[in-house]
Write a protein of this length. Structure first.
Length: 319
């Protein structure tokens, strides 16, 4: 039986190795793909999300399977989230040398697979993003049911041009990050843009070990595991808020509110709202972008959502 699907080729997010100034566009823990009705798109939690890995190598990493197992384990360990991920049967072949149109066709084909592509030579990335682009990975939902907004296909692809056994920890971080995008999570900026600096009102400085997995830039670190290969509280809270298990609301706290202009009335969209614990401000922290669910072009979304923020997954009774 045929089903009406919508492809989302424009809603894929990349992870780069570029170090320096991060875009001023506000990003915070939350959903990546949101419908015109103001409702985040979600995978069904009735069964695990099954991903299908490429049969080939990733650069000089002959078997990237174990690195993906780590990434899957990170998201599956979020006990307050109802969605689980499972590695299924591999793709039918080693995917290499696709043109951009062939790549688009692969990730939007309604064939029951969720491809994870290992572009071993980086040829596909060069074709799409240009040579030496610095893009390490790309992922996101790619097919959504038009009738109810359920995500039914997603993908991830990784650049193997510079992948070696020595870079395995960095690749592990990239896998964990891009799997987050496949789960429909946005980029976040809670600590990553403040590494080595103090935050007014709190003691200490942000350490690279406290960077969030969904930060848009792959930070430099010699730590094992790489800090972005293990979830920050903000990552786990965003995931559980999108796919809450029964224990999520009862075991965590939340703060809802509005971000208003200086006149006290005008709602402001796009402000990165962060709640930090006084005792552990860089580890115990959650973020949300005000008006995240509001689309100015959609008449069906209440204007009151323009400045709305909802911080969920907070530690109860914490100051």
């Amino acid at each position: 039986m045929s089903r009406l699907l919508t492809a989302f080729l424009g809603f894929v997010f990349v992870l780069t190795l570029v170090l320096g100034v991060v875009s001023s566009t506000a990003n915070a823990g939350g959903p990546l793909l949101i419908g015109k009705d103001g409702v985040p798109r979600r995978w069904s939690t009735a069964s695990p999300l099954v991903i299908n890995l490429d049969r080939g190598a990733l650069g000089r990493i002959a078997s990237p399977f174990a690195l993906m197992e780590h990434a899957v384990g990170q998201w599956n360990d979020v006990g307050t989230a109802a969605l689980k991920v499972q590695i299924g049967e591999p793709l039918s072949s080693d995917v290499e040398g696709l043109s951009e149109s062939q790549f688009d066709s692969l990730i939007t084909k309604d064939d029951g697979t969720n491809p994870v592509i290992f572009d071993s030579t980086g040829e596909i990335f060069a074709s799409i993003y240009g040579a030496r682009s610095g893009v390490v990975g790309v992922a996101g939902p790619s097919l959504v049911m038009s009738s109810n907004g359920t995500i039914v296909k997603g993908f991830a692809m990784f650049n193997g041009a510079d992948a070696t056994d020595d870079s395995a920890e960095v690749i592990k971080a990239a896998f964990t990050h891009e799997l987050g995008h496949m789960l429909n999570l946005e980029h976040a900026q809670i600590n990553g843009s403040r590494i080595g600096t103090a935050i007014p009102g709190f003691d200490g400085v942000v350490n690279v070990s406290q960077v969030e997995t969904m930060f848009p830039v792959l930070v430099q670190s010699a730590a094992k595991p790489h800090p972005m290969a293990t979830l920050h509280m903000d990552d786990a809270a965003a995931f559980a808020a999108l796919y809450p298990a029964g224990s999520f609301a009862s075991s965590t706290a939340s703060i809802t509110g509005l971000v208003l202009d200086i006149d006290g009335q005008t709602h402001i969209q796009g402000v990165n709202v962060i709640a930090r614990s006084v005792s552990r401000p860089f580890d115990d922290a959650v973020s949300y972008v005000s008006g995240l669910l509001f689309d100015p072009a959609s008449p069906s979304v209440p204007p009151a959502l323009r400045g709305a923020s909802e911080l969920r997954g907070l530690t109860p009774h914490e100051t």
